[in-house]
Design a protein around this ligand. Structure first.
Ligand SMILES: NC(=O)c1ccc[n+]([C@@H]2O[C@H](COP(=O)([O-])OP(=O)(O)OC[C@H]3O[C@@H](n4cnc5c(N)ncnc54)[C@H](O)[C@@H]3O)[C@@H](O)[C@H]2O)c1
Ligand SMILES: O=c1ccn([C@@H]2O[C@H](COP(=O)(O)OP(=O)(O)O[C@H]3O[C@H](CO)[C@@H](O)[C@H](O)[C@H]3O)[C@@H](O)[C@H]2O)c(=O)[nH]1
Length: 463
């Protein structure tokens, strides 16, 4: 099928490359010329395991193209994905201006044949109908028709007389760091909409994934496809992220109680996770959830509920537990080192989770800011940030090129991100380079006994 993906960030580029990999003809559009130049050269502008390989092979087979030309993309696609960012506004609500610009642009270029416009961006509930309205505005603007209360054609008439299209909500559930694998092995596909024609086209698009043709385990039963109305699909996305974020805040709260009563949260998580009603995933206690999705999506859901006169007490509590949790490393540093002024603290990891270069709303940023405020010197080593030289607006931190340079002269280390290569660093050597060999393990990732043998005073979260 002919697909156009508009917005080639973590979601759009992965979606475009994976759809090309399974045989569709994909055009990816972005208004960032620099990004498009990089992608045209066969490189991925983001770090995502496996992405460059499938991009490269899709380029070689002519299945994917990159462009800044929205008109060409709209003309090419039978299915048009909107995958631009919906970042948080200071109020917590979602900033939908990029979605609006794209929807209007699609309208301005819609012509002729039937198209399915797919909202893959995470958008406030009700956005499906709103996108339809904006597309119609785009069509009207092109026709130089002013849609006003009197005289102008109604939205429905406009759709009748011009281009034919339907809007579908297809929320995305991929995780950064495993985005390609998540796309080929999804737990479910959600399709929201009220047009049987549009839903049928989406089912055809995803058939190879549903039938597990590109799955790690092709013998698994087909991927469940849930067809819902537009608003329910939009709500599923927010509810899934809000549930997962709340689950982590729950285990973090349990960890804080464990710390006080002398229990070990890693054992407790194992014990409750074996209950199939609870499940063992997303029960890793640590210094809080971050990234480009959980914080913004939970805030947006709180804001939406507020708009409708409902106060989300549980979600607000999940956020407030998380805000406190992000500063737990500071509390633990103060307990071990006492005064932080004049001390040097080294951070192992900067990104919000391993296997990504994404620093959006990373807990490391709060830790750096707070340590600076308290007069400590901060250094960091991160396998991706140190290697690529990307600084993402980082300030108040000296980024070192390896773990031993990081340890040199430090009063304490804080493991912020559980990069796999941090499991087996030369910890004994690192301890010797430090003024005080203290390790605050912010992700309960290291083996406490191994760290003690290496010469560290080991401090975990709730253990
Ligand atoms: N990052 C994730 O893991 C993830 C997972 C699921 C859902 N989502 C949702 O998907 C959406 C995209 O997230 P992301 O992380 O990929 O964002 P991103 O910021 O990485 O990428 C957005 C891209 O859109 C481009 N863009 C902006 N305006 C444009 C325009 N008018 N025309 C063409 N391109 C334009 C930007 O240049 C950028 O490349 C968001 O709504 C997000 O909540 C993200
Ligand atoms: O047990 C856990 C699991 C995760 N985290 C933290 O939670 C955050 C988010 O992690 P993760 O969910 O793995 O990464 P994301 O890429 O942000 O993915 C989430 O957000 C995406 C964007 O909406 C969704 O598509 C995914 O389904 C959803 O998992 C990170 O800071 C993790 O360190 C924990 O603290 N403990």
């Amino acid at each position: 099928m002919r697909v156009c993906v508009i917005g080639t960030g973590y979601v759009g580029l992965v979606t475009g490359a994976c759809l090309a990999h399974i045989g569709h003809d994909v055009v990816c559009i972005d208004n960032n010329e620099e990004k498009v130049k990089i992608m045209k050269s066969g490189q991925s502008p983001i770090f995502e395991p496996g992405l460059s390989d499938i991009m490269q092979s899709a380029i070689n087979t002519g299945k994917i193209e990159f462009s800044t030309d929205l008109a060409a993309g709209v003309a090419h696609g039978e299915i048009l994905f909107i995958a631009v960012g919906t970042p948080p506004l200071p109020t917590g609500e979602s900033d939908t201006r990029y979605v609006e610009a794209v929807a209007r642009g699609i309208g301005a270029h819609l012509d002729g044949g039937y198209k399915v416009i797919v909202n893959k961006s995470t958008v406030p509930i009700g956005s499906g109908d709103w996108v339809r309205m904006i597309v119609l505005d785009g069509i009207a603007e092109r026709q130089n028709t002013l849609i006003t209360a009197g005289g102008a054609p109604s939205y429905d008439n406009l759709a009748e007389t011009t281009a034919k299209f339907d809007v579908v909500s297809n929320p995305e559930f991929l995780r950064e760091g495993s985005a390609v694998s998540d796309t080929f092995n999804p737990d479910r596909i959600v399709l929201g909409g009220n047009s049987p024609r549009a839903i049928a086209m989406m089912q055809e698009l995803y058939a190879p994934i549903v039938e597990r043709k590109f799955a790690a385990d092709p013998s698994l039963p087909p991927v469940p496809v849930l067809v819902t109305d537009l608003s329910s699909a939009e709500m599923i996305k927010y509810a899934a992220n809000a549930f997962l974020a709340t689950k982590i805040s729950f285990i973090n709260e349990v960890a804080n109680i464990c710390d006080r009563v002398g229990a070990d949260v890693t054992q407790v998580a194992k014990g409750i996770g074996l209950d199939s009603r609870i499940g063992n995933k997303f029960l890793n206690a640590g210094i809080g959830w971050g990234g480009s999705c959980f914080p913004k999506d939970v805030s947006a859901l709180i804001h939406t509920a507020d708009d409708y006169g409902y106060e989300t007490q549980l979600l607000k509590a999940a956020v407030s537990v998380n805000e406190r949790q992000r500063l737990l490393a500071i509390e633990k540093l103060q307990q071990t080192l006492k005064i932080l002024k004049g001390k040097t603290v080294g951070l192992l990891g900067l990104t919000f989770k391993p296997d990504t270069d994404d620093m959006r709303d990373a807990p490391a940023l709060n830790v750096i800011e707070q340590l600076n405020r308290l007069g400590a010197r901060v250094k960091a080593y991160d396998p991706i940030v140190s290697q690529t030289g990307m600084r993402h607006g980082l300030s108040g931190v000296l980024v070192e090129t390896d773990a031993e340079r990081l340890a040199d002269g430090c009063d304490a280390l804080v493991l912020v991100t559980e990069w796999q290569q941090f499991k087996n660093l030369e910890y004994a050597k690192m301890a010797q380079l430090m003024s005080h060999p203290v390790m605050i393990d912010g992700r309960n990732f290291l083996d406490p006994e191994m760290m003690i043998r290496a010469g560290f005073q080991y401090v975990g979260i709730g253990r």
